[in-house]
Design a protein around this ligand. Sequence first.
Ligand code: CP
Ligand code: NVA
Length: 305
Amino acid sequence: MGKDFIHIDDWSQNQILASFDLALEVKAKLKKRESYKPFQDYTLAMIFAKPSARTRVSFETGFVRLGGHALYLGPTEIDIGQREPAKDVARVLSGYNDMIMARLFDHAHILDLARYATVPVINGLTDYNHPCQVMADMLTIKECRGHLDQLKIAYIGDGNNIVHSWLRMSMRLPMYFICACPPNYPPDHATFEMAKNGGLSTVEIVHDPMQAVREADVVYTDVWASMGKKHELSERKRHFKGFSVTAELMAKAKPGALFMHCLPAQRGLEVTDEVMESPASIIFQQAENRMHMQNAIMLRLADKD
Ligand code: CP
Ligand code: NVA
């Protein structure tokens, strides 16, 4: 296992499955309020170039509950690439901290951080991917279904960072992953080809949401305009017409299909309020599992599993 967690496929299938087991084990300990402080006297530096609720709170709370201290470093403290290059930030923070988590714009910056840091670096989202999110998503699917066999995931919307992490997950765990996006908003071609040629899963891009959700176990969506693209929202609203997850669309999926969203959601755009609040929706379990999954990722990177 490498020093860092930057892409899901940095880990093998066995490492991913073992980390799910660890996440559930530690989740149970925390629920019981068992005293478990493997990160006592440890510090985690958390760099945020973009806004965050879940990532910030789940990493900070998780690390503190495991006995450590987490520091929030916002854009005014660390402005990677402007105030200081990533390779300098990496070595400075490695001198103070046991681990670094970063949410950045440019994926090249997280690669530089990982390359130059002497401590583990965890990707908390870049313009390219969001690996901790999709690890937590898969853990949640496993909890809800009891297994990960014969899994069909239909993603409806923008071919963004979440989709890239799903494609990379499909290279490690077998699934049928289908992405329905407007023709001008596909995922990265090279990542799609890599997943398609990976041989483990079936991956597909279509432009018809109704076709995508047929027989789907999970219907997943995300905002139409990601952080850094919010100014394009009014234009995107035109292109994404018909790509909302509605009750009608959910009814075309497999009976009992689950609805997922990484959040934050824009109700009335990519998903209706009705679907968000429906019994099919597992969005808050999904959000909570960010903390449990990341705890497991951090424990494994620190050799404390
Ligand atoms: N899903 C997620 O990463 O949420 P935040 O942007 O609030 O961290
Ligand atoms: N695709 C979204 C995910 C937010 C968690 C974004 O990058 O803004």
